[in-house]
Design a protein around this ligand. Structure first.
Ligand code: AMP
Length: 286
């Protein structure tokens, strides 16, 4: 694996394989790689000839300066992990390379960016995500880019912008990788103290309780949400949001007549966690 810092080095490295018809895959990350990221890289390795992993802590998508300042960074460890999972190129540009002086363009997706994460983190968050993902797709020109289901709203935003802007990249989404107790892996989990780490499992328990109710035939969103809330309350976790939404456009769901996405965000101590699960009703017997 090689580490590259500039767009021109990256384009030079990809020119020959692209001419030879290689399938190029991109895994965008902000580093602090964990098993969730590595599952994306392995998936890319299995289906692409050249695997590019980008490592860029994108200042534009952070709406809290403290969150950006505290974001874990360890490039040497990330390079080792990305290499082990099968990456060919680690693209780790400086902020100046991505946002040079005079940078003045923004990609802004409307609609699906507004509820949930958009409402709680502010519109700047998804504007920052949409802009940097568009730039990375233009820099790399991959046939396919890999994103995690853990950031479900983000994956929808990326699908929307790729479709709307005619970017010729397939978007693949990969299942959420979890710790043994169900906590979704996240770079931010390192900030959880021991007591908060134990409470953090409440998010997964809430999603599981809701899934059980739906599997048992419950169709009322209110009842399903209450089952989830009870799990959060049991560990004194106050959600920023806990919502059932249409998996295609994130519109609110009141009756679970088809697949519904349950999304949750909560601060556990100082650490903001998100998770989600697709709830699929069993068909009613004839
Ligand atoms: P991040 O570094 O947090 O920007 O994440 C980079 C990519 O990894 C995004 O597409 C995330 O959705 C994905 N990702 C983060 N956590 C997980 C996880 N636990 N399982 C699978 N994918 C994940």
């Amino acid at each position: 694996m090689i580490t590259l810092r500039t767009v021109s080095e990256l384009r030079d490295a990809l020119a020959a394989p692209r001419r030879a018809g290689a399938r190029i895959g991109l895994v965008p990350t902000m580093g602090a790689l964990h098993a969730g990221h590595l599952s994306l890289i392995r998936r890319a390795r299995a289906s692409c000839d050249v695997v590019v992993v980008s490592l860029f802590v994108n200042p534009a998508q952070f709406t809290e300066a403290a969150d950006l300042g505290a974001y874990p960074r360890d490039e040497a460890q990330d390079a080792h992990a990305a290499d082990g999972a099968g990456a060919d190129i680690l693209f780790a540009p400086a902020a100046q390379e991505v946002y040079p002086p005079g940078f003045a363009t923004q990609v802004s997706v409307t609609g699906i960016t507004e509820p949930l994460e958009g409402a709680h983190r502010g519109v700047a968050h998804f504007d920052g995500v949409a802009t940097v993902v568009t730039k990375l797709l233009n820099m790399v020109g991959p046939e396919v880019a890999f994103f995690g289901e853990k950031d479900a709203q983000q994956a929808l935003v990326v699908r929307r912008l790729v479709s709307d802007l005619n970017i010729p990249t397939e978007i693949a989404t990969c299942p959420t990788v979890r710790e043994a107790d169900g906590l979704a892996m996240s770079s931010r989990n390192v900030h959880l103290g021991a007591a908060d780490r134990r409470r953090a499992v409440a998010l997964h328990r809430a999603l599981s309780a809701a899934a059980e109710r739906v599997a048992g035939g419950e169709r009322s969103a209110e009842a399903v949400l209450e089952a989830a809330h009870a799990q959060l309350r049991a560990l004194a976790v106050e959600p920023e949001y806990l919502a059932l939404a249409d998996p295609h456009d994130l519109s609110p769901v009141t009756d679970i007549t088809g697949p519904a996405l349950l999304l949750v965000a909560a601060r556990v101590g100082d650490t903001r966690l998100i998770d989600n699960r697709l709830l699929e009703p069993v068909p009613a017997p004839c």
